[in-house]
Design a protein around this ligand. Structure first.
Ligand code: ZN
Length: 113
């Protein structure tokens, strides 16, 4: 228990530790830092609230939205990878992980190991 308490919290998205970021917000099993929240806000700003489809956005607007979107995708990929690694450390099989994701044991292993 003491070990667990001493373990540093990390942003689930960018992997920075609590000492490397200004603020770290925790949720159940995940955490997000202030700069990743900023990226999320940029994505929300880039998408008009009454969303009329990507076709309604100018090239410059769409180009501006690429990097924040890519950051979000990479962040969620990190979360998924961490979840799988945690399950593997507990001895959960690739077959069970694959089944939960709707892919084969082989595909799960190739994607996450
Ligand atoms: Zn972060």
């Amino acid at each position: 228990m003491a070990l667990k308490l001493r373990r540093r919290l990390r942003c689930s998205f960018c992997k920075k530790t609590e000492t490397e970021v200004a603020k770290l917000l925790g949720g159940p099993g995940v955490a997000i830092c202030d700069s990743c929240v900023g990226i999320c806000n940029k994505i929300l700003e880039a998408v008009p609230s009454s969303f009329a489809g990507w076709d309604s956005m100018a090239d410059a607007q769409l180009l501006q939205s690429l990097k924040p979107s890519q950051g979000a995708v990479e962040g969620m990929r990190n979360v998924l990878q961490q979840q799988v690694e945690t399950l593997r450390k507990r001895g959960v099989s690739w077959a069970d992980i694959g089944a939960a994701l709707g892919i084969s044991r082989q595909a799960a292993w190739e994607r996450f190991s």
